[in-house]
Design a protein around this ligand. Sequence first.
Ligand SMILES: Cc1cc2nc3c(=O)[nH]c(=O)nc-3n(C[C@H](O)[C@H](O)[C@H](O)COP(=O)(O)OP(=O)(O)OC[C@H]3O[C@@H](n4cnc5c(N)ncnc54)[C@H](O)[C@@H]3O)c2cc1C
Length: 449
Amino acid sequence: MTDSSNVTAIHERLDGRLVLPGEAGYDEARSVWNAMVDRRPRMVVRCASVGDVVAAVRTARELDLELGVRCGGHSIVGLAVPEEGLMVDLRPMGGVRVDPVRRRAWVQGGALLGALDREVQRYGLATTAGNVSHTGVGGLTLGGGMGWLARQYGLTCDNVVSFTMVTADGDVVRASRTENPELFWGLRGGGGNFGIVTEFEFRLHPVGTRALVAEYTFPLDRALPALRAWRDLNARAPRQATFTASVGGDGLVRAGFVWVGDPGQGRLLLPEMRALGRPVSERVAEPSYLELQRVDDSVQGHTSRRYWKGHYLGGFPDAAIEAFLRRGVAAGDAGLPSVSLQAYGGAIADVPDQDAAFSHRNTLFEYVCAARWSEPAEDRTRMGAARRAAAELEPYATGAYVNVLSDEGAEGVRRAYPPGKLARLTVLKNAFDPHNVFHLNHNIRPGRA
Ligand SMILES: Cc1cc2nc3c(=O)[nH]c(=O)nc-3n(C[C@H](O)[C@H](O)[C@H](O)COP(=O)(O)OP(=O)(O)OC[C@H]3O[C@@H](n4cnc5c(N)ncnc54)[C@H](O)[C@@H]3O)c2cc1C
């Protein structure tokens, strides 16, 4: 039990702040991206230093409190927030330091993608980061990290040079190719299973500051041939281009690509895009790279109820295109989820499969089905519609992205990692967290590998 002497003890050890229920900042700290998540930790430790993270881990263990780790709060099902537990809120550790000459960035464990992008773009540099700037560097990198630069430079985790991590025993360790190399392997895709990362060291690339987005809109009944042609064109696309397609809640189909680099070169793809079919509209824009990275920030804002399902697709045969367009629609359905595809390949697939815990590098497209609504009374129907849409693509799925898992539990973890990788991750878990202190994640259970 937490009594006042325990609370005083941790309070006195902190550079940051302890926030208890009812105190200022408590509700803000426990609110995450998905508005369905309404859990009440017994205490929130707003960590301002590595020492605070150590103190928080030790306190959680001494008091036998379930431990949650929050960076951006974008876990689809709000795994960062423990009911009645201790939440480590890393956001006060949100700093980014850049060495433009060596092309390196040191990013604290609670930083958001926007902070990373902003600091490195001052020098025309970047590393792969996700598509919404209020996502956390922490969760995104540890699960893999897909973004508009991944086909050129690999996933976010492929660009990590070193990690600094607090273990379940409160020790501070480093992991790189030469220090704790097995931990370095596991932290690149294995999620938050092994400890709390307080600093990521990233490799940066000279990407410039410009981008191009092209999008063609088709009515549903004309979309099949267009998506076939889009799929075939993707196979020949330069690495600067990441192909995208979606069906919105409005039933309109959008296909196109995002380009990072010289927009003039990206425009060379437009004639072939225009030949995909007979679009009802064309949208071509030249945002700066920073604008591109924020384009979806408001539509992906924090106040909605959310449910996602995802698949990795190793191929996209015509039958899968038809299933993608059908979206599991049942008669009389309203409030359908949106479904989308983002192309993998390029530098993601160049990395040997055994190099990191991240799996399914041979993915052709990542599929995400995303439902968004506001009324709790609609929870069941909205989630049911999303499950039906994703079930249509299940026969074509070759795996899943751990960062897009929601409520799949152990079955989801088996989809994210093939058996050999899961066994290796289990051995690592046994070494670093045999008591499963870090279990509010897509959990690698300790035990027999
Ligand atoms: C709107 C939105 C857009 C997204 N876009 C992309 C995208 O473009 N590309 C992509 O790859 N993914 C994307 N994702 C998925 C995203 O990578 C995951 O949701 C990820 O878990 C978010 O990390 P977070 O730090 O924001 O989440 P949090 O909820 O804060 O953390 C999630 C989990 O990560 C672990 N964790 C976080 N930080 C640390 C740390 N420093 N040390 C140890 N463990 C930690 C903990 O286990 C925690 O439970 C998106 C998600 C959302 C909601």
